[in-house]
Design a protein around this ligand. Structure first.
Ligand code: AHG
Ligand code: MN
Ligand code: MN
Ligand code: MN
Length: 335
């Protein structure tokens, strides 16, 4: 693959595909630059004093890791002066973050999960950053942005992506014209394209779920997983492998590159799932669908769900179309 950088890719998307207005190109460049800085921080680990937890809890009721807050600040600082955003929202902030009056405002809304997989930070496993871009309503040029402006269906996203801070630092991105992967060239500091128009391999018998939640699942979800474990002589007729990393970005990236299905179902504890619709499920669903996969809450297409709260949680079943459809079919049969 010829050495194409993120900047060149974005300019070509803007010029040829005409899908990338200048402000959106600037937005993606700035988010990618912030992810480079976050990668450096994550990589410093104990040497950078960035490990461990704070005494604070976020709106999710989770104890915040130092890096959750550091990465959140880095994304806010990188994005608030550029003039491309009307406001931002984050897993780590209860309310939306308005652009300070001293800076110009733009036409986009940026949502992010600054560090996904936080529980893995202190034990050296891959974590990442997830982001989603929406259009701000036109009237936001003349009035203050409010939380309701963010509550748009996932299919209105204009861009989505994630960075993974693992053996390599990768950026995976879609602007609606397919899925593209960039590897950080640490010597030069540029994002170099390492995969283009990614198509998720179909038919891979590998499922990702946290089995310790089994007693909380719906009967149909329990039936689906039992069939996976029953192997070739069971109702699914195939042997399956299982993986669960505790970082959605790592599980989703594996599925994007080699196939399989990711499940974090709604369960009896809260009636919803654990994952957040606006800045985890929706951006990942956009990417997976762009790569030829499917993404539901177990029944309904994730990108068609009408959000009713910024931090709302949702069940997630995404990846291999055949597997997602089997889950949906079992849910229909168990109604
Ligand atoms: P976050 O670290 O941003 O709060 O997200 C963690 C999520 C997701 O990354 C992962 O798939 C899931 O939590 C793991 O949940 P369990 O620890 O319940 O398995
Ligand atoms: Mn969290
Ligand atoms: Mn997360
Ligand atoms: Mn997070």
């Amino acid at each position: 693959m010829k050495r194409t950088t993120l900047s060149r890719f974005l300019i070509e998307q803007q010029r040829t595909a005409g899908v990338l207005p200048g402000e959106l190109r600037l937005l993606v460049e700035i988010v990618a630059r912030a992810c480079k800085a976050i990668s450096h921080s994550v990589g410093r680990g104990a040497l950078g004093g960035v490990l461990g937890s704070l005494d604070s809890e976020n709106v999710q009721g989770e104890v915040q890791k130092r890096l959750d807050v550091i990465a959140n600040e880095m994304l806010l600082d990188a994005n608030e002066w550029g003039g491309h955003l009307a406001a931002m929202a984050s897993e780590e902030m209860e309310t939306i973050h308005l652009i300070p009056n001293r800076f110009p405002k733009g036409e986009y809304l940026l949502l992010f999960d600054p560090i996904d997989g936080s529980s893995n930070i202190d034990v050296g496993l891959s974590v990442g950053t997830i982001f989603s871009v929406l259009h701000a309503p036109t009237e936001s040029a003349t009035r203050e942005v409010v939380e309701a402006d963010f509550l748009q269906h996932g299919h209105t996203q204009v861009a989505a992506g994630y960075a993974i801070y693992g053996p390599q630092t990768l950026l995976v991105l879609t602007v609606g014209t397919g899925v593209f992967e960039f590897t950080l060239d640490r010597e030069v500091g540029s994002w170099v394209m390492s995969d283009a128009n990614i198509t998720m391999p179909a038919g891979k018998r590998e499922f990702a779920i946290n089995m310790s939640n089994q007693r909380h699942w719906s009967p149909s979800m329990a039936a689906y997983v039992e069939a996976c474990i029953a192997g070739a002589s069971g109702p699914a007729g195939h042997d399956y492998n299982m993986r669960w990393t505790g970082s959605m970005v790592a599980d989703v990236h594996r599925i994007l590159k080699r196939g399989g299905v990711f499940l974090y179902p709604a369960d009896s504890r809260t009636g919803q799932g654990k994952l957040r619709l606006m800045y985890e499920a929706n951006p990942m669903a956009f990417l997976i669908e762009q790569a030829g996969g499917a993404a539901t809450d177990g029944s309904e297409r994730l990108l068609d769900i009408a959000p009713d709260a910024l931090h709302q949680r949702v069940g997630v079943v995404l990846g291999d179309r055949g597997e997602v459809e089997r889950v949906r079919e079992l849910a229909r049969m168990h109604r």
